[in-house]
Design a binder for this molecule. Structure first.
Ligand SMILES: Cc1ncc(COP(=O)(O)O)c(C=O)c1O
Length: 432
């Protein structure tokens, strides 16, 4: 919607100058060096921070940060905490290293991108959307996670937001919907999407959103910053559920959002401050620890996933496999264009439909098998789950079927157990 956001023109200018790049990935060694870091702070398990004197307290309340810490970060932990601030900085570097370098080369004096860590991925999505949404606005939503989908329906039913559920894997659908509904001011996509692993072309979609002054939000959870850095491809806001690959050990729930500094500092941060979707210092510390080896861990997971996907594709009991890194995947070229590799997630259908899928999943519910029957993803432990009755059960059945989330679809998140262990068990589970 033209003229909707006062920060838009400045952001477009910076996007052109600092975000555009032909390098679609941050070099793996640089990535791992940023992750490892050198400054992991001790745990600041504190709710409040003492001021030096009255003038110091008053100055901090208007955003002063005398030692270079994040504005508002040393007042009260709901507003910021050293552990959360550290994690925000690491994520910022991973997603935005090229922006940092370009801005420095241009001698840019003011920040371009802000990074905020939240108590959950859903808190990151809801707070970031609440920063801009108003009754009567339109939002296009691609194939998204069940709770994101139900949040959008909540906005539609309670606050008069027009939500357009669109198949975003075809960017023409986005273009047509933007043209037909001028009140649309944002587009939210996941790529690869959850759970069918269909992909959206971020670069192509960003051309349409820019032409209509609509914010392009990319939920990057399935990739983590390791596999995909959406600012390089034209995204305006990047979202993560850190619960997945950043945690990598299923030890905490957390989220992150990164986006235009002007929008985040003036519109998102006030919602963050007042709604209170703040992570605990301990969870931020844990995620700052687990992110240290994320690239190394993911490299192993993704290599195993690529081999397991091939194994499944050639297995006589498997009907169909969806894995972006497979040559047979209809969007394999897009995967090569925007992802470092095919990722750690696989979706498949077992011959024999729902009942055969249930048999396989119940096999992995047994304690003597290497996976867990569980709904999260990105962990060192492999997880198997049934989207139609679990992660995506909140989506109406008709919409689910239209999106390919059939009752026989099974989702697999590959851990670090190793190819031979996993395929041996899959073979056994499929032969029952
Ligand atoms: C793609 C995606 N986005 C967001 C979320 C929500 O994250 P959280 O559970 O950390 O709130 C999930 C959770 O599964 C997800 O898969």
């Amino acid at each position: 919607m033209k003229g909707r956001f006062y920060w838009w023109n400045d952001w477009m200018d910076r996007k052109k100058k600092y975000c555009a790049t032909t390098e679609k990935q941050l070099d793996a060694d640089k990535f791992n060096a940023i992750c490892a870091g050198t400054g992991l702070p001790n745990i600041h398990q504190k709710s409040t921070f003492k001021f030096k004197d009255v003038a110091d307290g008053a100055a901090r309340f208007v955003g002063h940060s005398p030692s270079g810490e994040k504005p508002y970060a040393r007042i009260y932990t709901r507003l910021g905490n050293p552990n959360t601030e550290y994690l925000e900085k690491v994520l910022f570097q991973l997603e935005c290293q090229h922006i940092i370098e370009n801005a420095l080369a241009h001698d840019e004096k003011s920040p371009t991108i802000a990074s905020l860590v939240f108590s959950s991925g859903m808190a990151a999505i809801t707070t970031t959307v609440m920063g801009f949404v108003r009754p009567g606005d339109g939002i296009i939503v691609g194939n998204v996670y069940g709770c994101t989908d139900s949040f959008m329906r909540f906005l539609q039913n309670r606050f008069g937001v027009n939500v357009y559920f669109v198949d975003a894997t075809n960017s023409d659908n986005i273009k047509k919907t933007l043209e037909a509904h001028p009140e649309i001011c944002a587009v939210l996509i996941e790529t690869p999407d959850n759970p069918t692993l269909a992909m959206c072309d971020i670069e192509a979609i960003s051309k349409h959103t820019e032409a209509h002054e609509a914010i392009l939000m990319v939920d990057n959870t399935f990739c983590s910053p390791y596999l995909q850095q959406p600012f390089r491809l034209g995204a305006d806001i990047v979202i993560h559920s850190l619960t997945k690959y950043v945690s990598g050990h299923s030890t905490s729930i957390a989220g992150a959002a990164l986006g235009p500094y002007e929008y985040f500092s003036k519109e998102v941060f006030p919602v963050y401050k007042d709604f209170g979707p703040t992570p605990s210092p301990f969870d931020s510390w844990l995620n700052s620890l687990t992110i240290q080896e994320m690239g190394v861990r993911m490299e192993h997971q993704c290599k195993t996933a690529a081999r397991v996907a091939e194994f499944l594709e050639n297995h006589p009991k498997i009907e169909k496999v969806w894995y972006p890194g497979l040559k047979s995947h209809p969007q394999n070229d897009l995967c090569k264009k925007q992802m470092r590799n095919g990722g750690g997630m696989i979706a498949f259908e077992v011959k024999g439909g729902f009942d055969a899928g249930v048999k396989l999943m119940n096999y992995f519910a047994r304690p003597d098998t290497p996976m867990e029957l569980a709904v999260s993803l990105g962990s060192v432990i492999s997880y198997i789950e049934h989207p139609a009755s679990m992660t995506h059960s909140a989506i109406p059945e008709e919409d689910r079927n239209e999106r390919g989330i059939t009752s026989s679809l099974v989702r697999l998140s590959i851990g670090v157990e190793g190819y031979s262990i996993l395929t041996q068990a899959l073979d056994e589970g499929l032969s029952l």
